[in-house]
Design a protein around this ligand. Structure first.
Ligand SMILES: Nc1ncnc2c1ncn2[C@@H]1O[C@H](COP(=O)(O)OP(=O)(O)OP(=O)(O)O)[C@@H](O)[C@H]1O
Ligand SMILES: [Mg+2]
Length: 236
């Protein structure tokens, strides 16, 4: 399942935000999308899932053109977008939130409610708690669990560590390790570039809506120039 973004241009009203982004995410890869605030990372993800549709360019999944499809149809192709911030149904319990995400499909992809609760035992303990009462880290875990139940082929994770304590960030790292073992394809954005690069195979640096640099994650991890540019907080 290769996701390919080719020369995508996206606008907010008249503001031309993505000015020809091109990137690829191959089957089983974890790819980091890095850049300063306002570079267009979130907009790239929103364009891929059709929330802010590309006005020009092409987005394909294994060669199938998904540009211009509705967000709902794109989700059915197996792309799950996990936005940053809190997004669960606050008044429902953890279990109810998870149950809502179960995709009834013959292609179950192996992620059942039981398996999610096994992978995130903390969710099991919290299963009767209302999502609105969860901590930031618990919410993040719930969002990941929900995304897995939607049977993703590709997960788009937008700043998963945002607002999380270091202990929870390290939990999140373990979950990313699990996703990698499961060969789930991941595109991840992070302010915490070193965190993303620890799990990524490759990375793209974007600036003003364009890819400026693409390199193996190992190279980006070692480049002081890139880290200075990104203003890396060495907290990973
Ligand atoms: N709803 C919106 N309406 C108008 N402009 C927007 C909107 N959302 C984002 N923008 C602008 O689009 C540009 C790209 O924003 P985007 O959120 O994609 O950046 P980002 O790389 O995700 O930044 P951050 O690291 O802060 O999350 C920015 O200049 C931003 O101000
Ligand atoms: Mg963003």
């Amino acid at each position: 399942m290769t996701l390919s973004v080719q020369d995508v241009h996206t606008y907010y009203g008249r503001s031309h935000v993505l000015q020809g982004i091109s990137l690829d995410v191959a089957d089983g890869e974890t790819v980091a999308l890095l850049g300063r605030n306002g570079a267009g990372k979130t907009t790239t993800m929103r364009s891929i899932v059709g929330l802010t549709p590309a006005r020009r360019g092409r987005i394909t999944l294994d060669g199938t053109d998904i540009t211009g499809l509705t967000t709902h149809r794109i989700a059915r192709h197996g792309i799950a977008f996990v936005p940053s911030g809190r997004r669960a149904y606050a008044s429902l319990t953890v279990r109810q939130n998870l149950a809502l995400s179960i995709r009834r499909s013959s292609d179950s992809g192996g992620w059942t409610l039981d398996r999610v609760l096994e992978t995130f035992p903390k969710l099991q303990q919290l299963s009767d708690r209302r999502a609105g009462h969860l901590s930031g880290g618990e919410q993040q875990m719930l969002k990941l669990g929900r995304a897995l139940l939607s049977v993703p082929r590709i997960l788009l994770l937008d700043e998963p560590t945002e607002g999380l304590s270091p202990a929870i960030v390290s939990d999140l790292g373990r979950w990313l390790g699990i996703l990698k073992e499961e060969k789930i394809t991941v595109l991840i954005t992070e302010q915490n570039a070193l965190f993303a690069l620890k799990y990524a195979d490759r990375g793209y640096i974007i600036e003003k809506g364009l890819v400026r640099h693409e390199a193996p994650a190992s190279e980006l991890r070692e480049s002081t120039e890139i880290q200075r540019y990104l203003g890396v907080a060495a907290s990973a």
